[in-house]
Design a protein around this ligand. Structure first.
Ligand code: ATP
Length: 237
């Protein structure tokens, strides 16, 4: 069964139509990437699927639940990592994970946090305050937070934005491992290498519409391109 079915999604902010009738399907265990220029509508789509923004028209179904009718059912299944997410700076990394795990399931707090700590791979630094973390450490903490609950669907907005190569690689490996264990991943990215490495399928969004969609390798063939950056340039320009 498909984990995400988006059908003719439209989103307006007042007179601005940010998303202009987008449809796509993501299958269980797939990594699906939304890529596109600044302002294309990626974050808007991710926030709508995360139940944080209202749909203007169209429909979305997540794991059999209609998002318009049963957002509370969907919230139990998903985890959303915003691009600009932060954590409570006066807590230690571990205390932050404990705090979040309590919202999810107080009875399972210990096992969830153990998993979260493992995902972050922060070692002893997990016991330091969050305000002493570098950008990469912060992102790893937040990836741990998003994945420690074993969501059915993880929605990751620019998961490696602003990270150095090694931190970014580590986060990509974590994402891939989770998808291999069955978590469906919907992500956005500006990093074409990342998209090629991670995504089973991608949708290129420009100006609120999907202008191309497919497996990275098939798109490269179709556009006689060496890499996804070339595909992107041809499609979006
Ligand atoms: P980026 O890659 O720069 O993060 P994006 O593809 O995620 O961009 P969105 O943030 O979804 O794009 O924005 C899509 C469009 O909607 C843009 O024109 C943006 O200005 C507009 N927009 C987004 N949020 C709001 C808002 N709260 N109010 C009004 N317009 C908005």
């Amino acid at each position: 069964m498909a984990t995400i079915v988006v059908d003719n999604l439209v989103k307006s902010y007042g007179s601005i139509e940010a998303v202009k009738g987008i449809s796509f399907t993501v299958n269980e265990g797939e990594i699906f990437g939304l890529i596109g220029p600044n302002g294309a509508g990626k974050t808007t789509v991710l926030r709508i699927i995360s139940t944080l923004l209202q749909i203007t028209s169209g429909s979305i179904n997540i794991a059999g639940h209609d998002l318009g009718k049963h957002p509370e059912e969907i919230r139990k299944l998903i985890s959303y990592l915003p691009e600009d997410a932060g954590a409570y700076k006066n807590l230690t990394g571990k205390k932050y994970l404990q705090f979040i795990a309590n919202f999810f399931d107080p009875k399972q707090n210990k096992s969830i946090v153990t998993k979260g700590v493992e995902i972050t791979n922060l070692g002893e630094r997990i016991n330091d305050r969050v305000d002493t973390y570098s950008k990469g450490m912060m992102r790893r903490l937040l990836i741990g937070r998003a994945l420690m609950i074993d969501p059915k669907l993880a929605i990751l907005d620019e998961p490696t934005s602003g990270l150095d190569v090694l931190n970014a690689q580590e986060i990509r490996k974590i994402i891939k491992t989770f998808s291999q264990k069955g978590t469906t991943i919907l992500l956005s990215s500006h990093n074409m290498l990342e998209v090629e490495f991670l995504c089973d399928r991608i949708a290129l969004i420009a100006n609120g519409r999907i202008v191309e969609e497919g497996k990275p390798v098939d798109l490269m063939k179709k556009y006689h391109a060496q890499n996804i950056e070339e595909v992107f340039t041809q499609v979006v320009q």
